[in-house]
Design a protein around this ligand. Structure first.
Ligand code: FES
Length: 319
């Protein structure tokens, strides 16, 4: 939709309608606007949690390992709510989104580790989370470049969202309320510092090399297998080449679907997440449902839905 009237403030145009405001805060995990290239300055991570029924002695506090793979454990206290089902939560095995062999193996490994250390523990629920980490491990908060000071964002909480998110909110609200810098606490300046010091560039450079490798490996891997491929078993997905275009084929709840496996953000080839039954992009962490519906960005569009056989609309006719 195109608006010809004068734009009074910052504005947003969405499928659900148009809105304008004096100030806009992008409160998405990763900023969905690519100005400022935030997606290249943070890396997206997935990690796993399992809740256990357990009759044995519980640890009194919350613990996180200093070594790898990360293990984080905490008891479920009466203050947390009814504890009839779960009494212990164990998390860990974080990894960059879309990279690695099997997300389901990550969950199984947390369960096996817990059973070893808490004999008799039985899993009652599993889930996973997505977090963003900046290259200097400090949240990345402030005004979006080329947003005329009216569009702000915050990302890179590095799994410490319970503390970093309120800190980011305080910084953003201080900016919007134009609280003089001398009256702001010094930590607010740290949150707003740009990612340009050499150590940050070094880490960011390594991460961007990995992204370049994933971009190449995704395409070459996809083009190695050609359709037709057998329908994947329940809960599985494969990427294959159809007329030179990577296609993701999955079976979930008895339905086999095909989608373009090319991420709508910057063209990474998505990979199958067998723990969540989603298509995950190894480049900047966008995720999509088996039918291609976007779950989280930075991509803003769905994967193209394709017939179970046939050419994707983007493929060249001579392929
Ligand atoms: S999230 Fe950037 S290319 Fe997929």
């Amino acid at each position: 939709m195109r608006h010809t009237h004068a734009v009074p403030h910052a504005w947003i145009d969405t499928d659900a309608g148009y809105a304008s405001a004096d100030q806009i805060v992008l409160a998405t995990g990763m900023p969905i606007a690519d100005r400022g290239l935030s997606f290249a300055k943070v890396r997206a991570l997935r990690s796993y949690c399992v809740a256990f029924a357990y009759d044995g002695e519980l640890p009194e506090g919350m613990y996180i390992s200093v070594d790898e793979p990360t293990r984080s454990i905490r008891p479920v206290n009466p203050d947390d709510g009814p504890a009839e089902l779960a009494r212990l939560i164990v998390g860990g095995n974080g990894h960059p989104v879309g990279r690695g062999d099997s997300e389901k193996d990550c969950v199984d490994d947390v369960i096996a580790w817990t059973r070893r250390h808490f004999p008799g523990a039985e899993p009652v629920a599993t889930w996973s989370a997505q977090d963003y980490e900046s290259h200097n491990l400090v949240p990345f908060v402030g005004a979006l470049p080329r947003g005329l000071g009216r569009i702000r964002f915050a990302t890179g909480y590095a799994k410490w969202g319970l503390t970093n998110a309120p800190a980011a909110a305080l910084r953003l609200s201080a900016e919007i309320r134009r609280v003089p810098r001398r009256e702001r606490p010094s930590w607010m300046a740290t949150l707003g510092r740009r990612l340009t010091v050499p150590a940050d560039l070094g880490r960011g450079g390594v991460e961007n090399l990995k992204i370049g490798w994933e971009a190449t490996a995704g395409w070459t891997g996809a083009l190695r297998t050609h359709v037709p491929v057998p329908a994947p078993p329940e809960g599985e997905g494969v990427v294959a080449s159809r007329a030179g275009h990577p296609v993701g084929i999955s079976t979930v709840d008895g339905t086999t679907r095909a989608v373009s496996a090319v991420c709508t953000h910057l063209g990474g080839v998505v990979s199958w997440n067998d723990a969540e039954c989603t298509w995950d992009c190894p480049l900047h962490g966008s995720r999509f449902a088996p039918d291609g519906t976007r779950i989280e960005g930075p991509a803003v569009g769905d994967l193209e839905r394709l017939p179970r056989t046939g050419r994707p609309s983007g493929a060249r006719a001579d392929e």
